[in-house]
Design a protein around this ligand. Structure first.
Ligand code: SAM
Length: 220
């Protein structure tokens, strides 16, 4: 079983983390205050609605929420400064480069990717189609999960198929409750009467990636 898992995603083109330079002004976040807390990541946090409430509702977790777009990040950073949650790090960066340089293997309990850009014309930019996804899985702890939500049925169908056939991750798919309000995009889509889906994928015992011992060097 495990052998089969390795083979199917290791037939994919390998991500090349060594080719990614550190994001501009990169500093490894100082997590000394919360060093004991389990780490949770959010990729594409937008204006931070989910990140801010997650941090408030989960004082026993440390959330690192990453957003690339300057104006969205500025709105998020302002609210984060007001809320002053010591268990929330708001990061302005491209998540791929930042994760490669900042996150150790097998260190993340949960990863949220909520309403990613649909990339309908560029499917190889959908998260589960990217070689980077293997690297992301290497950062997840055994038993940890990736939570993906989208309002695009074709995105969800593809993600579910990739989770099963390429990444071999046990997963469950369900419809998001129509009164859920986790993110700005979720509120907008549900208010329009659209269906939103969620896929929860779990990294099981014995899961192997080609990056399980890969770590950026400190001088990078
Ligand atoms: C459709 S928006 C959803 C925002 C928020 N999650 C929500 O549901 O309201 C997708 C967000 O992902 C961000 N994003 C896309 N690729 C990213 C990357 N590589 N690193 C960081 N953020 C990214 C975009 O800037 C955008 O704000």
């Amino acid at each position: 079983m495990t052998h089969h898992l390795e083979l199917s995603h290791q037939q994919q083109r390998a991500f090349q983390p060594q080719k990614l330079s550190a994001p501009r002004d990169f500093i490894v976040p100082d997590r000394s205050i919360n060093a004991e807390l389990p780490l949770v990541l959010e990729i594409g946090a937008g204006k931070g609605k989910h990140a801010l409430s997650f941090a408030q509702q989960n004082p026993d977790k440390h959330l690192i929420a990453i957003e690339r777009t300057r104006n969205k990040f500025d709105a998020f950073a302002k609210l984060a400064a007001q809320q002053k949650s010591s268990n929330l790090s708001a990061i302005h960066a491209d998540a791929i480069a930042w994760i490669v340089h900042a996150i150790a293997p097998n260190s993340i309990e949960r990863i949220f990717i909520l309403y990613p850009n649909p990339e309908q014309h560029n499917p190889n930019q959908q998260w589960l189609n990217m070689p980077f996804f293997e690297f992301l899985l290497s950062r997840l702890q055994v038993g940890g999960e990736v939570v993906l939500a989208t309002n695009i049925e074709a995105y969800m169908d593809n993600a579910e198929q990739q989770a099963n056939e390429v990444w071999c991750l046990p997963n469950t798919r369900h419809k998001v409750a129509s009164d859920s309000q986790r993110t700005h995009f979720e509120v907008k889509y549900l208010a329009r009467g659209e269906t939103c889906w969620q896929l929860n994928m779990r990294k099981s015992e014995g899961y192997k990636t080609r990056f399980d011992t890969w770590q950026a060097s400190s001088e990078a």
